[in-house]
Structures are given as C-alpha cells and as structure tokens.
Ligand binder design. Structure first.
Ligand SMILES: NC(=O)c1ccc[n+]([C@@H]2O[C@H](COP(=O)([O-])OP(=O)(O)OC[C@H]3O[C@@H](n4cnc5c(N)ncnc54)[C@H](OP(=O)(O)O)[C@@H]3O)[C@@H](O)[C@H]2O)c1
Length: 293
C-alpha cells in the first residue's frame, strides 16, 4: 500500500482494453505499474502517473495484485511462465478472453506455482471501463474477489461466479451468443419496419422497452428449464407457430431475408411434431441440447 491507502496494482498488456483498465486504476488513485510488449503504448499512461516497468519481472514484483489483459491465453503463458516464481504468493487476475478449458488450465498452472488466480470476463468495451453499470464476471480462487474487491470494483461492477475458474469464460461465451442472436433479431425486425419507412431510432425506442418484458419471460422460463417441465400457461408453441406466420408473411411482402425466422419456425415445428405443441417456448431448449446417447 502507498500513502494514498489504495492498493498497488500492475497491469500487463496495454492494448485497447488493458490501457482502459490501467486508466481506471489511475483515475481511482491506485498506484499503477504498467507493462506492454511494445513499450511505446505505456507513454500516455505514464503521462497520467503510471509507473512503467521495463520487464515483466519488474511489473509483477511491483504489486500484490497483477492484472493481465492480452490477446489470448498462449500470450498470457508466454509472458508469465518465465516469471512464475516472482508471482508466487501474489494474485493474478486474468482478464484475457478464452475458453473455459483454457481458464481451468491456467488456474491449475497458477495453483501449481502458489499463485492466487481469478479469471475474468469483461462484459463491456474499453469506453465502458470505470462505469459500475457494466459488469466484469469473476471466477476462481475462493475469497480472492472479496479481498480485492475495493481495487477491482473501480473497473466495473465485479460479479462473483464462484470457485470454478472456467465459469467466467463459459458465461462470456454464452452472453456473446445471446448478443449475436439478439442483434440478429433486432436488425431483422428493424429492416422489416424500415421497409415501411419507420426509422431505426423510432422502432428501437419500442424495442428497448420490450426488453424488460422479455426479461420477465426469461426469468419465468428459467425456472421451467431448471425443473425440466414447460407448462404452456402463458403461450403455447402452437400459438407461437401461428404468430411467426405473420412475421414471415410481412417479411415476404417486403423482400426481407427470412433465414432467421425460418430457423425459429423449424425448431418450433420439430417440437410440435414431437408432441409438445401445448408447451411453452422454453421447450425449445431441448433443440439446443446434445441428443441423448
Ligand atoms: N476490446 C474489447 O472490447 C474487449 C472486450 C472484452 C474483452 N476483451 C479481451 O481483452 C483482451 C485484449 O483485447 P484488446 O481489445 O485490448 O486487444 P488489442 O488492442 O489488440 O491488444 C492486444 C494486447 O495483447 C498484447 N499481445 C498480443 N500478443 C502478445 C504476445 N504474444 N505477447 C505479449 N503480448 C501480446 C498486445 O501487445 P502489443 O501492444 O505489443 O502488440 C496488446 O497489449 C482480449 O482477450 C479481448 O478478447 C476485449
């Protein structure tokens, strides 16, 4: 600790995201040491008060809390393997994106060297760093997030997913999938409404309000999924199939690409043909799951 009473932190990797992380630590008054493979990128942060480490070894020994954010896990390992002994007893927070398997492997590597390990998934882009409305998901070393929360919460709201280090990456992958599906649906419907002259801005204002209702549906359906029962109390798959026909018809009249709604229709039809037309939409989860062996 320095006389500012704020924990010393090190940030390794000063690309777009790493530079934003280091800037947020500096803005919050944390004495911050930075390292980047290409040293020039440290310049703007040094101008804001960061200390520049000339080597990775110097960087990791400057702080108990070491944050790494580089391109991928092989780059993390290439940087840190040579300084594993210097990291012993410190806490490594890996905010590099990767797979759950890579995260678990990295956690095992860290444990083997006596290094505390937290894996993180950043749920925003660099301009969103420093804003508590955004989340960083953390998984790994039990208790480490609690201990280092005062420093880590200056980056974004820290969400604790528990001891399995693979979970931040797993959630990250799932949320990326959700984002692309949601963007796809939004762009499809914006093209549909736009064909009759509705501006994207006007339509999107209504879309954003409807997200609250959809969140309510999801919360209800999540309970059905966990229970493995999909009662069609609100709306059945039979009703959804009738509704999607309106969307397909409107799209066809306006020359809108139908691949997305056709995919949804295909999955709904499969479920209905299997005898589940009276179930809720949550039944479609079975279409995504691996086939029973
Ligand atoms: N940008 C986002 O919106 C965002 C959001 C969530 C998560 N992330 C994740 O954050 C991580 C960094 O993303 P970014 O946007 O900051 O990328 P970036 O701007 O391309 O920066 C990449 C960083 O990785 C370093 N690097 C690459 N290969 C290396 C190697 N072999 N050895 C040492 N350093 C190496 C680069 O060093 P040099 O400067 O020397 O090339 C640079 O510091 C990625 O895992 C990304 O998926 C990014």
């Amino acid at each position: 600790m320095s006389n500012t009473n704020k924990q010393n932190v090190t940030v390794i990797g000063l690309g777009r995201m790493g530079a934003a992380l280091a800037a947020a630590f500096l803005d919050a008054g944390h004495p911050t040491t930075v390292f980047n493979r290409t040293p020039d990128k440290a310049g703007p942060l040094v101008a804001r008060g960061a200390r520049h480490a000339a080597t990775v070894a110097e960087a990791v020994t400057a702080s108990e809390l070491v944050v790494v954010c580089v391109l991928d896990y092989p780059a993390v390992r290439a940087l840190l393997e040579p300084v594993a002994d210097a990291l012993r007893g410190r806490v490594l927070v890996n905010l590099t994106s990767g797979s759950p398997e890579q995260a678990r492997e990295e956690a095992a590597w860290a444990a083997g060297h006596g290094i505390g390990y937290l894996d993180g998934g950043i749920m925003t882009t660099p301009p969103g760093i420093g804003d508590s409305a955004n989340m960083i998901l953390y998984a790994g070393g039990p208790g480490l997030l609690q201990t280092h929360r005062p420093a880590l919460e200056v980056l974004a709201d820290p969400v604790d997913l528990g001891a399995d280090a693979g979970l931040a990456s797993l959630y990250d992958a799932g949320l990326l999938g959700l984002m692309w599906s949601m963007f796809g649906g939004w762009l499809h419907s914006t093209a549909l409404t736009g064909a009759d002259g509705v501006s994207a801005k006007d339509f999107t204002a209504v879309v954003v309000r409807s997200l609250g209702t959809m969140a309510w549906f999801m919360t209800t359906y999540a309970e059905q999924i966990d229970a493995g029962k999909y009662p069609g109390d609100d709306a059945t798959l039979d009703v959804h199939v009738a509704s999607i026909a309106h969307l397909l018809h409107a799209g066809e009249k306006r020359g809108i690409d139908a691949r997305l709604p056709e995919l949804h229709l295909e999955m709904m039809r499969e479920a209905i043909e299997a005898g589940h037309g009276g179930d809720s939409y949550a039944r479609i989860i079975e279409a995504f799951r691996p086939a029973p062996r």
